[in-house]
Write a protein of this length. Structure first.
Length: 167
């Protein structure tokens, strides 16, 4: 899936000008009305990073379902009215097919399985308190933040108190 998306992105951006498209910086924001697109920014960002063919400048995974293992607190016995643990389980089973509940799941299908988020783009995400994927989203952001804090280039030009107007 990620390979097809990157190819579509390449075809859309290059307009027949060879490898010139590599210089384009891309922003990935899914259509929030289509929940099946939720993991695409994280998956495509990982894929683009690993292929090193296009630079993703920004990703915005909206309510991302990125961990098929469903083993964090918010995913266990969740009975939320719209999307619960059972819905989550069924969605992953349909999405992954024969790979479901195996250790053969590629990181591009379940981005939370990635060992490293080094060189990932700037990220903003949203997730609801009742969602079964709330904790996996929080964990994803924590891992991204930990990597960003180690990189001097990614630190903001002012401190938190300065940006909030404090001293």
């Amino acid at each position: 899936m990620a390979a097809d998306m990157l190819l579509a992105l390449q075809n859309h951006l290059c307009f027949g000008y060879g490898r010139l498209w590599k210089q384009v910086r891309v922003i990935i924001i899914p259509d929030y009305r289509k929940s099946f697109e939720a993991p695409y920014p994280a998956a495509l960002s990982l894929y683009a990073r690993d292929r090193n063919e296009v630079k993703i400048a920004f990703q915005m995974p909206l309510y991302p379902m990125i961990d098929d293992r469903m083993n964090l607190d918010s995913a266990i016995d969740n009975i939320a009215p719209v999307w619960d643990s059972k819905s989550n389980y069924i969605a992953w089973k349909l999405y992954l097919g024969d790979l479901f509940e195996t250790n053969e799941i590629p990181i591009y299908a379940a981005p939370a399985r990635a060992d490293s988020y080094k060189n990932m783009p700037t990220t903003i995400t949203f997730v609801g308190d009742l969602e079964p994927f709330r904790d996996e989203t929080i964990h994803y952001v924590q891992r991204l933040t930990k990597i960003a804090e180690k990189s001097p280039a990614s630190k903001p030009p002012c401190s938190r108190s300065e940006s909030a107007g404090g001293g």
